[in-house]
Design a binder for this molecule. Structure first.
Ligand code: NDP
Ligand code: 2IT
Length: 452
């Protein structure tokens, strides 16, 4: 078949829509990648012939199951849970577990698809997967969360394993939930293996895994700014979210001399004109992790801070922005507002926080814009290092891990530069760079396997 006879981009996207009805997030993620990959493979017959993109956009398998648990009142509750194993061409399936009422098969398929490229970018041997449930951990007691996690693992244990599929945390899943799930896996299988990452340090966890995503997204921003002779120091930074990724991005930006002025949650955002200090960030971490409170409480605690109900922080003037909450939290108009206010750098701590229209606004404005699959890869990278430490039954020192994280983020930045050049512009297209670099590694492995 001549190269020109291949299905075009629109035909491909129409096919993805037809095969995945009612799955808008998945179609969105595939579209964003396909826009760049079609260009790249135009003259590369081998990828067409082997239908590589079509195969990466079709998960290896989607496991769907029921999770029953008993609440504190004794009532029986029924949840739905999934594990999406997208692609294991370059290593065991790897990716987080999300607990949030908004979780659907579409959301997890988009996340597993993105994870496949992200994990390839880290340079570590990890395939792509994602799991989760529509369970809402908000307002649940520790006992309820434990019973839910145990019930979920009682089914999930059949499909995961240190060399098969290694889950970790994501929205609504942190150290507490990983502990309950690991405990149940160990109990059922009678095996102590690195089946999950993000574990406690006492039982095989790695130093800096907790900090890695937010720190990594900040290092990526720093790398992008460096290409233009700029730095984080002295700039105003707007961050969304107030969970693991947001608080650690705020911490690293502050350490590097940035002035972070916002954090948010699903109820609104706090604006602190004086900026978040380490002490204030520690207060937020305690609020979220121990007291499990809401970010609105920040404005009651710290003088001068304001809470804006039901709003996102993108209207606050800034030079740098890190969306660190959830998918599609930054829309086309928000992107235009940021660019109009003089924002020069956006680093996505969250997965797909910017919708397709927003992505095009950032691309067209030619600002420094890093997509989540590149910018937030620090978390899964340190998860990969946790897997290595578990396999070797050793623990690396903090300085060594910090160095590796910085190196890996710099390596991802270089890969983006390699494939993201824009003729006639000194600002690279990081979206294109990340998509092509991630695709190439997975695609070449798949070519080696033949038709499987
Ligand atoms: P957390 O559960 O620790 O925090 C999530 C934050 O996002 C909370 O502030 C939460 O507010 C907010 N949020 C969640 N859902 C929504 C929503 N529908 N609308 C508005 N705000 C929302 O999760 P993480 O910090 O771990 O994850 C944040 C993002 O980073 C996600 O996109 C995740 O996939 C991504 N990510 C996480 C990694 C990790 O290592 N943890 C690695 C790479 C990416 P509220 O409390 O009101 O729900
Ligand atoms: O989206 C992500 O990269 C994560 N939630 C972390 C995955 C992992 O396996 O550490």
């Amino acid at each position: 078949m001549a190269v020109t006879d291949h299905v075009d981009l629109n035909g491909f996207i129409e096919g993805v829509k037809r095969r995945n009805p009612g799955q808008p997030e998945f179609v969105q993620a595939v579209t964003e990648v396909a826009e760049d990959i079609f260009d790249f493979i135009q003259d590369k017959e081998a990828y067409h012939k082997a239908q590589i993109l079509r195969r990466i956009a079709e998960p290896d398998r989607v496991i769907s199951f029921r999770v029953c648990w008993q609440d504190d009142k004794g009532d029986i509750r029924v949840q739905r849970a999934w594990r999406v194993q997208n692609n294991n061409a370059i290593g065991p399936y790897k990716g987080g577990i999300r607990f949030h009422p908004s979780v659907t098969e579409s959301v997890l398929k988009f996340l597993a698809f993105e994870q496949t490229f992200k994990n390839a970018l880290t340079g570590l041997p990890m395939g792509g997967g994602k799991g989760g449930s529509n369970f809402n951990p908000k307002g649940k007691s520790d006992g309820e969360v434990m019973r839910f996690c145990q019930s979920l693992m009682t089914e999930l244990y059949r499909y995961v394993g240190a060399d098969v599929d290694v889950p970790a945390g994501d929205i609504g899943v942190g150290a507490r939930e990983i502990g309950y799930m690991f405990g149940q896996y160990k109990r059922i299988t009678n095996e102590f293996t690195g089946v999950l990452t993000g574990k406690g340090l006492e039982y095989g966890g790695s130093l800096i895994r907790t900090e890695a995503t937010g720190y990594g997204a900040t290092y990526f921003l720093q790398n992008m700014l460096k290409t233009q002779g700029k730095d984080i120091a002295g700039h105003t930074v707007v961050i969304s979210g107030s969970g693991n990724v947001a608080t650690h991005a705020a911490e690293k930006c502050t350490q590097l001399g940035g002035k972070v002025v916002t954090l948010s949650d699903s109820e609104g955002f706090v604006y602190d004109p004086d900026g978040f200090t380490q002490e204030k960030i520690d207060w937020v971490k305690d609020l979220k992790n121990k007291r499990r409170g809401r970010i609105s409480e920040y404005a009651k605690e710290f003088k001068g801070a304001e809470f804006h109900v039901g709003k996102t922080p993108w209207g606050v003037p800034c030079q740098l922005a890190l969306p660190c909450a959830t998918q599609n939290e930054l829309l086309g108009d928000d992107a235009r507002t940021l660019v109009g206010n003089g924002c020069i750098g956006v680093s996505e701590g969250a997965n797909m926080p910017t919708n397709l229209e927003g992505v095009h606004v950032f691309k067209d404005a030619q600002i420094l814009y890093a997509p989540g699959k590149a910018a937030n890869a620090g978390g899964v990278a340190v998860s990969g290092l946790e897997m290595s430490q578990n396999s070797a039954r050793i623990s690396w020192k903090e300085e060594e891990l910090q160095r590796l994280l910085i190196d890996i983020m710099a390596g991802i930045h270089s890969s983006c530069l390699e494939y993201g050049g824009r003729p006639g512009s000194k600002i690279p297209d990081y979206v294109k760079g990340a998509n092509i670099a991630g695709f190439k590694k997975v695609a070449d492995a798949m070519l080696a396997f033949g038709v499987v």
